[in-house]
Design a protein around this ligand. Structure first.
Ligand code: AMP
Length: 355
């Protein structure tokens, strides 16, 4: 990739879900084309992108063709197989880079990375057997949460241990997957900060949002988060520390617990993030445009918040509410064009301007 991508250049996006869709729209608004690499057909991003290459992440020929046909590569999800990255990276610069993916693909690696930066995280221990879990539970206490090291999302691949009696069942539910036991953090709120970093190292953060989850899935994000100015500053500083340490280029979501001891980092996502969707209604430049700006080498845009916003995810049967939502004032509706409504599936979101 050259320093700044020329107008009309094509951005390759790995993953064809709603994040890829909204990245494609943002890229198009800035005069770029997009090519989606996604194994599934009729995916949300393919409806708005210029090109859709439908192939698997194990298809080295398709990956090489994809890399050769685009001018830059980015992604909407972090679980891209290493073998696919090897093929892509030999042809094109991938932004954000490999280190961010290596760190965020594995909870254990992520935790030791965050610890190494001196950031507060939940107490944890690696678990590879029921015996490990017994020892970890004795050290960490209960309640605690057992999570698979890899491929967890939206609360999937996790189980709560309320007492040592839950150990056998909890380990059985992990299907032998390498896991990590985390102490349960007694938080007063969950917040997240969406941060961006450009190739020359400038960092810009959106205002932190306050998140409410239901069954492990994000339900609402409210801005401004009801937190002190000092905590807001801490969130910005820790996000910048993470981005700098990874020499990161692009947008990242950092999920945080607010505790009486300060902020505890839950996890990082090296991509645009569901809890950053409010920026579409609250900022001149939203997280999707900010990500595109960063990866093409444009200056980061103005992400200052000019409105209070509540973002609500539309999940599964919430789609039945669309006709009513469409009549609401001060409400921005985003639908992802997914053909099948399924329980727990993110179908769209609304941004309500509340002040
Ligand atoms: P995760 O997939 O790790 O983001 O977890 C999904 C949700 O589970 C979080 O947003 C929290 O609501 C909850 N959770 C995860 N880890 C912890 C923890 N160590 N302590 C308390 N709650 C947690």
């Amino acid at each position: 990739m050259t320093d700044t991508l020329p107008q009309g250049a094509t951005i390759g996006i790995l993953g064809g879900g709603q994040l890829g869709r909204m990245l494609s729209v943002a890229a198009s608004r800035l005069g770029f084309k997009t090519c989606i690499f996604e194994p599934g057909g009729d995916c949300p991003a393919s409806h708005v992108a210029n090109y859709h290459m439908q192939a698997g992440y194990d298809d080295a020929d398709a990956l090489a063709k994809f890399a050769a046909s685009v001018d830059a590569v980015t992604y909407e999800f972090e679980n891209i197989p290493t073998s696919a990255l090897d093929v892509l990276e030999s042809a094109r610069l991938i932004r954000p880079g490999r280190e961010a993916l290596r760190v965020s693909q594995d909870r254990l690696i992520e935790k030791s990375f965050l610890e190494g930066l001196g950031l507060a995280i939940a107490p944890y221990a690696a678990v590879n057997s029921e015996d490990d879990l017994r020892q970890a539970a004795a050290a960490i206490g209960s309640p605690a949460i057992l999570k698979t090291c890899r491929f967890g999302y939206d609360g999937k691949g996790q189980t709560k241990l309320n007492s040592p009696d839950d150990i056998s069942e909890a380990w059985a539910s992990m299907a032998e997957a390498p896991s990590v036991l985390e102490g349960f953090v007694n938080f007063s709120k969950e917040i997240s900060i969406i941060a961006a970093r450009g190739p020359s190292g400038e960092v810009s953060c959106f205002d932190p949002g306050e998140n409410v989850h239901k069954d492990g899935i994000l339900c609402t994000t409210t801005v401004p988060a009801q937190i002190s100015a000092a905590l807001r500053t801490d969130a910005v500083l820790l996000a910048a520390k993470i981005l700098n340490a990874l020499d990161y280029v692009g947008v990242m979501g950092v999920e945080l617990f607010v505790t009486s001891q300060g902020l505890v980092v839950n996890e990082i996502a090296p991509r645009v993030h569901n809890s950053g969707h409010w920026t579409q209604a609250g900022c001149a430049v939203d997280q999707f445009e900010q990500h595109i700006r960063a990866i093409v080498g444009w200056p980061l845009g103005d992400g200052a918040r000019y409105a209070d916003v509540v973002m609500e995810n539309l999940i599964g049967d919430d789609m039945a509410r669309v006709p009513a939502l469409a009549k609401e004032p001060k409400t921005q509706l985003h639908l992802y064009g997914k053909a099948d409504v399924k329980a727990g599936r993110k179908m769209g979101h609304v941004n309500r301007i509340t002040g």
